[in-house]
Design a protein around this ligand. Structure first.
Ligand code: ADP
Ligand code: MG
Length: 237
């Protein structure tokens, strides 16, 4: 037991150090990308050099994205739960995502009842939904629909007693995954994408867990994927 605690302490220290390190990398990165942007706006730059500068910019953007994802994963906060209207949160995220180039022509169908509220940290769940929706869009190569729904159900627990949970589903009709992929998607840094960070679903998992909930996934190759999040109704435990 004492050994385990020591290990947990060590991991916490490593987590904190790497989060600080990631944070410190941001400033020089901003200076690099700002300077390169200024240089590339100058006159008389040969086309070949301009292309190289574009590569520097693209890659600094990528590093910035990696650091943003890493910090979201490495610095988990205790959720500050409030009563959040899920319909409004989905609508807000949809309006952010639709103009995003990663999103292509994917459609978001907000099937949540307009008065559906549940006890969650709205910033953390914005991140959860964003990560799930971006993945869904990336799995759909541009077209198709992502359907978000929510309800409240009674779960029968192993002891036979009932408890109420909120259930949120995110379904897409994208490429789906084979079972081997499904078994690894929540692991940090697991990605099948050329420029993925593999931190999206690891962060989703962490946040759902911190809310006392759980997330499941069902997927069929070539057909699509369904993520289901269960969040306990407060006062259950
Ligand atoms: P990233 O998106 O950076 O690859 P994630 O943690 O968000 O990292 O996702 C991990 C992997 O899970 C993806 O690379 C992809 O293979 C798979 N995946 C996640 N969501 C979906 C989805 N909706 N449809 C198909 N595959 C998915
Ligand atoms: Mg992702």
């Amino acid at each position: 037991m004492a050994e385990n605690l020591k290990r947990a302490d060590r991991l916490a220290v490593i987590g904190e150090l790497s989060a600080r390190m990631a944070h410190e990398i941001r400033n020089p990165l901003a200076a690099i990308s700002g300077s390169v942007q200024l240089i590339s706006q100058g006159n008389g730059i040969p086309e070949a050099d301009r292309q190289l500068l574009a590569i520097v910019l693209r890659e600094t953007d990528r590093l910035n994205g990696l650091i943003t994802d890493f910090l979201a994963y490495a610095r988990p906060n205790q959720p500050a739960k409030g009563s959040v209207n899920l319909y409004a949160l989905v609508a807000e995220i949809a309006s952010l995502l639709v103009p995003d180039r990663r999103f292509g022509a994917a459609r978001i169908v907000n099937g949540v009842d307009s008065d559906f509220t549940l006890p969650i940290d709205s910033d953390q769940f914005r991140q959860v939904l964003l990560n799930l929706l971006v993945n869904a869009a990336e799995a759909m190569s541009g077209s198709g629909a992502i359907v978000i729904d929510a309800d409240r159900i009674d779960e029968i627990r192993s002891g036979g007693e009932k408890r109420s949970v909120y259930r949120i589903t995110v379904a897409d009709d994208g490429c789906g995954m084979d079972q081997k992929t499904v078994s690894q998607i929540f692991e940090p840094f697991y990605t099948t994408k050329a420029s993925g960070t593999g931190l999206g679903l690891a962060t989703v998992y962490r946040i759902v867990e911190a809310h006392g909930g759980r997330i499941t996934v069902e997927s069929t190759e070539g057909k699509g994927t369904l993520f289901t999040i269960y969040i306990p109704v407060q006062g259950n435990d």
